[in-house]
Design a protein around this ligand. Structure first.
Ligand code: LER
Ligand code: MN
Length: 270
């Protein structure tokens, strides 16, 4: 398993669970100084920065791009894949496809988190899940052109009412015959929703394709009460060899948080 840390360039997400918010050249440098293998990018839109600029920074700092988040589509542009308005759904899907193509050129998968939306307001649960499955089918196909998967993230109940648990995500992928879709195990959401995080990872088997490595309070591992050991054991048992990515609050400050998290990742993997 490899380490990654979040770089956020979205002003509307300044209070979100992302570690570094400074301009990308400084963010890449900070990630490298702390010894991370990769960065996870949270960008306002696919044209915010060129693929070449990111490639140059990644090469300079010997960093991979672990993944690209799509949440700005929701927090900045108000888009969701389950919006009652078909034009909003279409714009949501286009935004995601553009980020899949942006990330794909960097060998990085894109993530669907908050842009999955919610059911309600005249949209039934069944209708929302149908729209979600249709969008995931298209996203999975687009990602496959770049030989990367598309990552679907179950979120806790306060953020979505669609799918909250890893197991339900796995069943959804299987029932809807979705190809090239993997699940994101965000340990913060799982701490709220799962009876046992390690067991949930075991039960999801090979479906897990990315991990947000957050403690129970969404701070760096070690700042809350999650025990990472059985979780790492479970990830090893399902042959997970992807990223443990620091999508966490920059507390008490970004540098202390980044240092604590990389220490925790190394110690959990040792
Ligand atoms: C995104 O990765 C995530 O975990 C969400 O909680 C953001 O709203
Ligand atoms: Mn997450």
């Amino acid at each position: 398993m490899k380490s990654a840390i979040t770089l956020c360039q979205v002003p509307e997400a300044a209070a979100g669970p992302f570690v570094f918010h400074q301009p990308l050249p400084e963010g890449f440098a900070a990630a490298a100084q702390h010894g991370y293998d990769a960065v996870e990018l949270f960008l306002p839109s696919p044209d915010f920065v060129t693929v070449e600029e990111i490639k140059t920074l990644a090469t300079k700092h010997h960093l991979e791009i672990a993944a690209v988040g799509t949440g700005a589509g929701m927090v900045k542009h108000g888009l969701s894949l389950t919006d009652p308005d078909p034009q909003v759904r279409e714009r949501a899907l286009s935004f995601i496809l553009e980020l899949i193509n942006f990330g794909g050129q960097l060998n990085a998968p894109a993530i669907l988190g908050s842009m999955q939306g919610k059911w309600g307001d005249n949209v039934s649960r069944e209708q929302a899940l149908t729209w979600l499955a249709e969008a995931l089918k298209i996203a999975g196909e687009e990602a496959s052109k770049h030989n990367v998967p598309f990552i679907y993230e179950p979120l806790n109940r306060y953020e979505t009412n669609l799918i909250n648990k890893l197991h339900d995500g796995a069943l959804f992928i299987e029932e809807k015959n979705l190809n090239n879709i993997v699940l994101l195990a965000d340990l913060f959401h799982m701490n709220i929703e799962e009876s046992n995080i390690a067991q949930a990872i075991l039960d999801a088997g090979s479906h897990t394709g990315h991990v947000h490595f957050a403690d129970s309070n969404r701070q760096a591992m070690g700042h809350g009460h999650t025990n990472p050991k059985p979780i790492i054991d479970a990830l090893r048992k399902v042959d997970y060899n992807g990223y443990l990515s620091a999508e966490i609050f920059p507390l008490p400050d970004p540098r202390t948080c980044a240092a604590q998290e990389i220490t925790a990742i190394k110690s959990a993997l040792s």
